[in-house]
Ligand binder design. Structure first.
Ligand code: AMP
Length: 213
């Protein structure tokens, strides 16, 4: 199974990719996660990427392509992968197509995760990660018990640096301008499936599985 999860920031791509990865035993390939790792490692490249990411802008296409081509040629991606946060521009989609053509493994489908704007905002502004377990939580949607479980065990609820309101507004604008055209790109190629990505994580996951057949 080789799929792209397409959708605005906060549409739940990462959450659903992780569930699918555990279920189907194929890797989640998240350019955002890989870039955050580079930032955390403190390399010169990481420092450059950090300023772009903190502003909510896009890292240059050729940089992301380099990261992706290296990742997709790893043995664990040979039987499939879930692309999360890539492609984000038409150029990246064309690069991906070329790369997969070279590998002889074309994409099966791009799943658009459709979420209303107001819900996106709540998901993004409320998003937190437990510093102890890495569990993704949300101060608007997670239960008190789930949030307490982290803090009572001595963990902190960490907010991503680019989840502040100003950066969120820019990320959504960048999505509209650069990434939304990919909906048409994949529709024209007969590769697009759209799911309603509102509701609980499990409800969305059921719809995702159904869409993937
Ligand atoms: P994400 O975790 O997918 O929301 O990505 C966080 C940030 O990483 C984005 O706001 C961009 O700055 C950068 N990024 C992630 N994926 C890409 C990509 N495919 N192209 C360009 N920049 C990206």
């Amino acid at each position: 199974m080789r799929i792209v999860l397409l959708g605005a920031p906060g549409s739940g791509k990462g959450t659903q990719a992780k569930k699918l990865m555990a279920d189907k035993n194929i890797p989640q390939v998240s350019t955002g996660d890989m870039l955050r790792e580079a930032v955390a490692s403190g390399t010169r490249f990481g420092l450059k990427a950090k300023s772009v990411m903190d502003a909510g802008d896009l890292v240059p296409d050729e940089v992301v392509l380099g990261i992706i081509s290296e990742r997709l040629s790893q043995p664990d991606a040979a039987d499939g992968f879930i692309l999360d946060g890539f492609p984000r521009t038409t150029q990246q989609a064309m690069d991906l197509r070329e790369l997969l053509d070279q590998l002889g493994t074309p994409l099966d489908t791009a799943v658009l995760m459709d979420v209303d704007f107001d819900i996106l905002m709540k998901r993004l502004t409320g998003r937190r990660t437990c510093s102890l377990t890495g569990k993704l939580l949300n101060v608007h949607f997670s239960s008190r018990d789930e949030l307490d479980e982290c803090t009572k065990a001595g963990g902190e609820l960490i907010q991503r640096e680019d989840d502040n309101e100003e950066t969120i507004a820019n990320r959504l604008e960048v999505y509209r301008e650069n990434t939304e055209p990919l909906i048409d790109y994949y529709a024209k190629r007969g590769k697009l499936t759209t799911i309603n990505a509102e509701g609980t994580i499990d409800e969305v996951y059921d719809r995702l599985l159904e869409a993937l057949g």
